[in-house]
Design a binder for this molecule. Structure first.
Ligand SMILES: [Zn+2]
Ligand SMILES: [Zn+2]
Length: 225
């Protein structure tokens, strides 16, 4: 790795570390602001809806990274697209990543959601539930890649409680995610809990969107051989 690439990597890590710290501070602010602003059942419903939405967005982001551009694409190639492509070649590499490498990008993506949740009105249960949805969506986004990492871990590496949550399908089960790792890696993109994988395949969202983008932009979706 050259000096410039080294500097780039350390800048990336610094940005991810700062984002995780900011994420923690803003999350405490959100929880403080929302406490008691709506009944517990409304927050439970917001959390469930956010966990479902997290799975959908995890699939959308993953599909975009797998399908469009390459590692040289300006702005997003090195940070965003390349890790998706490298993951197909070496799925177990991510199980060696530390906390910052696993969760840094998700923390960066979640910061705008936390800012909006902090600025949104919380007067009344409806407004508070909507702000809570954004807060839980940011939290869900933060753990989605961790759930993906757990799905690639062997039994001996994975905490028993995590295996239990996988079996209960509260988080992504390894056998569900294995379907994405069959070449050409063009299905089952969702990595938080896997709930939306089958419905999205049934409605053909990704193939349909590829056809629309291909028609509008004269672009060919990329596929692994
Ligand atoms: Zn993929
Ligand atoms: Zn994977």
């Amino acid at each position: 790795m050259g000096e410039r690439a080294n500097r780039y990597a350390s800048l990336h890590r610094l940005a991810e570390t700062i984002a995780i710290c900011l994420f923690v501070v803003l999350s405490i602010g959100c929880a403080w602001r929302l406490a008691g602003a709506a009944p517990a059942w409304a927050f439970a419903f917001a959390a469930l809806a956010a966990w479902l939405a997290t799975d959908f967005f995890s699939g959308l982001v993953h599909w975009a990274g797998d399908t469009w551009g390459n590692g040289e694409t300006p702005y997003v190639g090195a940070w965003y697209i390349r890790p998706f492509r490298e993951h197909h070649d070496d799925p177990r590499a991510m199980t060696k990543h530390d906390f910052v490498e696993t969760n840094g990008s998700s923390a960066i993506a979640g910061l705008p959601l936390l800012v909006v949740a902090l600025a949104a009105p919380v007067d009344g249960p409806l407004h508070a539930s909507m702000a809570a949805f954004l807060f839980f969506l940011a939290l869900g986004g933060l753990v989605a890649n961790q759930c993906h990492k757990w799905a690639h871990m062997k039994d001996a590496e994975c905490p028993p409680l995590v295996r239990l949550a996988q079996r209960a399908r509260l988080i992504l089960p390894p056998e569900t995610h294995r379907r994405h790792h069959a070449r050409p890696h063009d299905s089952y993109y969702c990595t938080a809990n896997g709930w939306t994988n089958l419905p999205l395949e049934r409605v053909g969202l990704f193939r349909g969107t590829e056809r629309v983008i291909g028609w509008l932009g004269q672009a060919e979706p990329r596929r692994d051989p």
